[in-house]
Design a protein. Sequence first.
Length: 384
Amino acid sequence: MNKLLTFPDPQAHPLSVRARALVFEDPKSARLLDTVERVAPTEAALLIIGETGTGKELIARHLHEHSTRKGPFVAVNCGAFNETLIESELFGYEAGAFTGAVRARSGWFEAAHGGTLFLDEIGDLPMSQQVKLLRVLQEKQVVRVGSRTPIDIDVRLVAATNVDLTQAVEAGHFRRDLWYRLNVATVDLPPLRDRPGDILPLAAHFISLYSSKLHLPTATLADDARQALLCYPWPGNIRELENVIHYALIVGDDGIIRQRDLKFPVVSSPGAPQPTTHQSSSNLQGSPMPGSAFANHEISLEDVLHRLIDQATPDLFEHVETLLVNTAYEFCERNQVRTARLLGISRNILRSHLMRLDILPKRQPTHGRNDADASTPVDSTFAC
């Protein structure tokens, strides 16, 4: 494996829609890595374009690590906050600026001073905030909500989107002048189906990762499993591959992952690409193979639980409960109100679970934030 990118602390990013690893074995990936490392030492703004789960944040982190900047890397999801909160979160606020603002708080731009600010899902930023972001980029100053005093900032901006911003500009949903400002350097991050040379190295990485977590000997891929992994179109990209490998290790046996152990989604999202062949094979003509994992979707949660019970999984209840709470929490972008609603429990009960499972610190300063939309900083990253 030529190069592997992961988060500094993978345990801090348990389960989410984000890709948690990137490799660069495929020629397309290798060229992309070369481009990123050429741009990194400059101060140019970077726009990363790619589908969800392709590893945009990992690319942004790698760019920061290869830059000359000594400040922190701060990541923000622009789609996780409503229009009334995003301004105070980005630019900060003074005490008394609004109800609940009991003390002053710096925003993400100030938090990233001297470093890199990664704005994910920049296409979801409301138009009213786009003009304010443009002014900050032009003047290199922020003004907190409730203040008239500008604060100088030194921040390199890296933005990412999974939508076509040129279409958003033409439709009037994204400011053309802001797009010009962000689009100094562009990286098109291909979906996993377009860089098949990365699939098996990524699978090997996740096998090693989850074999260790599950206290299992490192498994190997059978030939039919390797072929199925290469044939599948991966609409969920690297995040989906990680989930498939994780599940295969849970239900597999004999230290070998076979095709029957690979659980692919029952349905695809509208417009999702259909399975295509990335390798020439007389048995693979762009459609599922008879009896393959694509045709077998009848594995239920009950089957998985039976397998875990049969394997005498230690601390089974805690294992299942932690996985459920973790998965729901990350699926809801670490938003407690949405997670509690999804699980059908109260927010107080959810918080007690999060603290008991050490997913949420037992004591958190609120600094006047609206806790329903607050997120927990992890590794200098504001994960929304």
